[in-house]
Design a protein around this ligand. Structure first.
Ligand SMILES: [Fe+2]
Length: 211
């Protein structure tokens, strides 16, 4: 499975190069799934609905956020009608939008994407590790998801060092991608197919659950 993650896309120049090159990359590299970070896409601060739509039209399958998710106030509203736009999952309950989505890739695989934010030198949010663990347990790899992407937006390594992979020191953003052997990509269980672009919590009763 071929996954491309691009971020941060910053301002007009970042958008221009992405929009120019992404469609060609998808074709040339035969990409199955494209994840972008777009929280700095509008002049370095937030994302607008027009920019979100441009990214989707260019081939983005999901667009993640971070501490700048709400810099453009319209994002608080349009995120509700933007199923491919995520904001950190560990914002308090009641925050608009969603921090997790299960999205169909071009090859038919189900990709679980979780967006979270660290708390050191950043806003005091809920525990990101507990939030991510909850979603991974609710949508287990190989059973309900064929691939998992975790985008954690954080400042120093202590807030990310217990995660799936160790990022470089002072890494501001990193993404962990977990995939399984191709054998089960080609043989998904048809009765276990939660709705796309939503959490696995809505999985039908026939869907096997994790131990
Ligand atoms: Fe940020």
């Amino acid at each position: 499975m071929r996954i491309l993650f691009v971020g941060d896309i910053v301002g007009r120049s970042g958008r221009a190069i992405l929009l120019e090159r992404l469609p060609k990359l998808i074709a040339e590299w035969k990409l199955d799934f494209v994840a972008l970070n777009g929280e700095n896409a509008a002049g370095g601060f937030g994302i607008t609905e027009a920019i979100y739509q441009e990214f989707v039209d260019a081939g983005a399958d999901v667009i993640t956020g971070g501490n700048h998710s709400w810099d453009q106030k319209e994002a608080l509203v349009f995120i509700e009608r933007a199923p491919k736009l995520l904001r950190p999952i560990n914002f308090p309950p009641g925050t608009p939008g969603r921090g997790v989505a299960l999205i169909d890739a071009r090859n038919g695989a189900r990709v679980l994407v979780v967006n979270a934010m660290g708390r050191i030198f950043m806003e005091a949010l809920d525990d990101p590790f507990a939030a991510v663990e909850r979603e991974l347990a609710a949508c287990p790899l190989k059973r309900a998801a064929d691939a998992v992407i975790v985008d954690i937006h954080c400042e120093p390594t202590p807030s990310s060092s217990t995660s799936i992979a160790r990022p470089p020191a002072r890494s501001r953003r990193w993404a962990s991608i977990a995939t399984a052997a191709p054998a089960w990509w080609s043989a998904p269980t048809p009765t276990c197919r939660p709705p796309t672009t939503r959490s696995c919590r809505a999985a039908p009763p026939s869907c096997p659950t994790s131990a």
